[in-house]
Write a protein that binds this ligand. Structure first.
Ligand SMILES: Nc1ncnc2c1ncn2[C@@H]1O[C@H](COP(=O)(O)OP(=O)(O)O)[C@@H](O)[C@H]1O
Ligand SMILES: [Mg+2]
Length: 265
C-alpha cells in the first residue's frame, strides 16, 4: 500500500493528530547536515538523521510504499494497544515535514544514549557521499545487543507484546534489533515499521517474533514470558475489522496469523 494522493496523507495525519509542516530548502540542508547513526548498506535504505532532541527519517516521496508503511504500521500498532488496553512501547512521531509536496521527512522523538555529545567521524556512504557518522557506542543501544539489561520483567513482557503485534500485522524486519534502549536502560522503544513480510518458516513462538534465529541469551530472557503475551480472539479481531481497514490491513490475514501462532506450544 502507498498513498495515492496528497489528500490520503492529509487524512491520515488528521486522523492520528499528526502535524504536518511545510519546510524550506534551507531546513532540508540543515537536516541533511546532521549525523547518521549507522552505515547505510544500500541506496534503498532511508537515512536516519540524529539531532539533539529528535530524529528524522527520509527523504520519502509521497507514493513510496515505505512512506505509507512507516506511518500506517506504527499507527496500526498504536490502535491495537489502545483498543486492547495494553502498554505501548512505540516511538512517538512528532510530525511530518514536507518540501514542495514532493519530499517528506518523518520526525520522531529521540531515544537518548548516555552520551550527550556524540563522537563523530567521517564516513563514505555507499553512493560515495561523505557523511558524519556517530561512533557506534555513542548511539543508543539496541535491545538485541544487550538483552541482559532487561532486568524489569514488565519491560520484557511489553517487548514481547509489541513484537507479537508486529507479527500479527505482518510487519517485516521483526526483532529486538528494532527495539532501542533509552539511556537509563529502563525504557525501550520500538522503531522501524517500513518493511513488510514477517519471518520465513518459524518453528517456535519466539521465532515468529524475531527474524534472527533464537539465541540462547534471547531464549533465557524472553521464553519464560512468552505465554504472558495477550492474544486476541477471532471475535475480537472481527470487531476491529473496520479499524484495521483504516490501515489497509485485512483482518482475515491477521486472524490466520493469530491462529498460526497458537499452533506452537
Ligand atoms: N528515535 C530514535 N532515536 C534515536 N536513535 C534512533 C531513532 N530511530 C532510529 N535510531 C537509530 O537509527 C538506527 C536505525 O534506525 P531504523 O529506524 O531501524 O532504520 P533502518 O531502516 O536503517 O534499520 C537505530 O538502530 C538507531 O541507532
Ligand atoms: Mg532497523
Amino acid at each position: 500500500m502507498s498513498f495515492r494522493k496528497f489528500e490520503d496523507l492529509n487524512a491520515l495525519c488528521d486522523r492520528e493528530n499528526l502535524p504536518m509542516f511545510a519546510i524550506s530548502q534551507e531546513r532540508i540542508d540543515q537536516i541533511t547536515a546532521l549525523p547518521v547513526p549507522n552505515r547505510r548498506c544500500s541506496t534503498y535504505k532511508k537515512f536516519i538523521r540524529v539531532d539533539r532532541d529528535c530524529v528524522y527519517k527520509g527523504p520519502y516521496t509521497l507514493f513510496e510504499k515505505k512512506f505509507y508503511r512507516e506511518l500506517g504500521n506504527k499507527f496500526a500498532i498504536d490502535m491495537l494497544c489502545r483498543k486492547f488496553n495494553l502498554p505501548n512501547i512505540n516511538i512517538s512521531i512528532q510530525s511530518v515535514l514536507m518540501f514542495q509536496y514532493s519530499i517528506f521527512y518523518i520526525k520522531y522523538d529521540k531515544v537518548h544514549s548516555p552520551f550527550l555529545v556524540p563522537r563523530l567521524h567521517d564516513h563514505r556512504d555507499c553512493v560515495g557521499v561523505t557523511v558524519k557518522m556517530i561512533e557506534k557506542i555513542h548511539n543508543c543501544l539496541k535491545v538485541c545487543d544487550a538483552e541482559e539489561l532487561l532486568v524489569d520483567v514488565e519491560v520484557r513482557k511489553s517487548i514481547l507484546q509489541h513484537l507479537y503485534f508486529r507479527y500479527l500485522l505482518g510487519i517485516g524486519d521483526i526483532g529486538t534489533h528494532n527495539i532501542l534502549f533509552d539511556h537509563d536502560f529502563k525504557q525501550v522503544y520500538g522503531v522501524d515499521f517500513e518493511e513488510m513480510g514477517g519471518v520465513r518458516n518459524p518453528n517456535t513462538k519466539l521465532e515468529c517474533l524475531d527474524k534472527k534465529k533464537d539465541s540462547l541469551k534471547k531464549k533465557m530472557i524472553f521464553e519464560p514470558y512468552i505465554n504472558s503475551i495477550w492474544q486476541p480472539s477471532e471475535q475480537e479481531l472481527e470487531e476491529i475489522e473496520e479499524d484495521l481497514k483504516n490501515y489497509f490491513i485485512d483482518s482475515k490475514i491477521v486472524i490466520r496469523r493469530m491462529k498460526y501462532f497458537k499452533t506452537f506450544v
